[in-house]
Design a protein around this ligand. Structure first.
Ligand code: F6P
Length: 359
């Protein structure tokens, strides 16, 4: 007798914890007597003739501690339904029709899509075109609406914290200001959580426009108290009041957020006269082994996705709410970025431990 088959793919920027999801999916599916096909390199694996590998127990054994994704991913290609913030495109009908045909020929009854906001927009389109989809929210940025947390975020924050611990010692030795630029797109979650955990003195996030005079005042106030070094975390999407978000082209000519760290460092030096250095943490935040939390969250999300297929809750996205793994309609999760509430408890806590937001 042929086994029921499901598919899984990982899409968008990678993050620690993706392999924990894949392992969770495979173990939960095998328990139900199902077979799992892992489509390679995101949605691109759905194009004819179908590029996939069988994911089974031996194939997924030992993968949980590994960063990245064993089935590959991409944030470009034929299925990109969203480019940057607010810039939307739709996936061509013939591309979706091709994918539907491939899934039909391979007898894949439902597809688990592990991705961020853009991937969920594509998932919704596939669902509307009659492909049974379940979404699993992933991104280091933690900016997806309808889930309190995405896996990958905690690992990225741990990397920021580790970097800050290291910057503290060299900053103190040289009595310098150290600026650390971190990822997060248009949300300041990584900067805020990493900055608090790493004992930053100034955190600059996209949600709170900053002022160089205020940053200089905070650094000078520290100096007046005898602390001659300072640690500044700046989110890549942060920008000064009346300023512009900084972007730069990569080798492919695509514009990516980044570059604000150098500018902030230059301005701090000019405003305070203090020796200032900038470190850009970049893709280190996306690599390496997942933290305990991301391994557990990834496993829970993978298992839940299989359960949702079993319950035929197609068009749903796994969601983390009040420490429980639940689900919401994918439609509720897309097109709305979850930003840091500027009057929220986290920002207030930071202010209460004398962290300045440069405002
Ligand atoms: O969305 C995840 C993320 O790492 C962002 O924080 C960052 O702006 C972007 O992806 C980088 O993308 P790429 O890997 O394509 O340079």
């Amino acid at each position: 007798m042929t086994k029921p088959r499901i598919g899984v793919l990982t899409s968008g920027g990678d993050c620690p914890g993706l392999n924990a999801v894949l392992r969770g999916v495979v173990l939960a599916a095998e328990k139900l007597g199902w077979e799992v096909l892992g489509f390679l390199d995101g949605f691109e694996g759905l194009l004819p003739p179908g590029n996939y590998m069988l994911l089974d127990r031996p194939r997924t054994a030992g993968i949980m501690p590994r960063g990245g994704t064993i089935i590959g991913t991409t944030n470009r290609g034929h299925f990109v339904a969203k480019v940057g913030a607010g810039d939307r495109t739709v996936v061509a009908e013939e591309v979706i029709a091709d994918a539907r045909e491939v899934l039909k020929e391979l007898r894949v009854e439902a597809l688990i899509i592990v991705g961020g906001d853009g991937s969920m927009v594509t998932a919704l389109q596939l669902q509307e075109a009659g492909i049974n989809c379940i979404g699993v929210p992933k991104t280091i940025d933690n900016d997806l609406e309808a889930t309190a947390m995405t896996f990958g975020f905690d690992s990225a924050v741990a990397t920021v914290m580790d970097a800050l611990d290291r910057l503290h010692t060299t900053a103190t030795s040289h009595k310098r200001v150290m600026v650390l630029e971190v990822m997060g797109r248009h949300a300041g979650w990584i900067a805020l959580h990493g900055g608090i955990a790493g004992g930053a003195h100034i955190i600059l996030i996209p949600e709170i426009p900053f002022d160089y005079d205020k940053i200089a005042a905070a650094i000078n106030a520290r100096a007046d108290r005898g602390s001659l070094s300072a640690i500044v975390v700046v989110a890549e999407g942060a920008c000064p009041r009346d300023g512009q978000i900084v972007m730069r082209p990569n080798q492919e000519g695509e514009y990516r957020l980044g570059g604000i760290g150098d500018i902030v460092a230059r301005e701090i030096a000019a405003h305070t006269g203090k020796e200032t250095r900038c470190t850009v943490l970049g893709h280190l935040q996306r690599g390496g082994a997942p933290t305990t939390l991301d391994r557990i969250l990834g496993t829970r999300f993978g298992v839940k996705a299989v359960k949702l297929i079993n319950e035929k809750q197609f068009g749903s996205m796994v969601s983390y709410q009040n420490y429980q793994v639940r689900h919401v309609p994918i439609a509720e999760a897309v097109n709305r970025l979850r930003l840091v509430p500027i009057d929220g408890e986290m920002v207030q806590t930071a202010r209460d431990v004398e962290i300045s937001f440069g405002d």
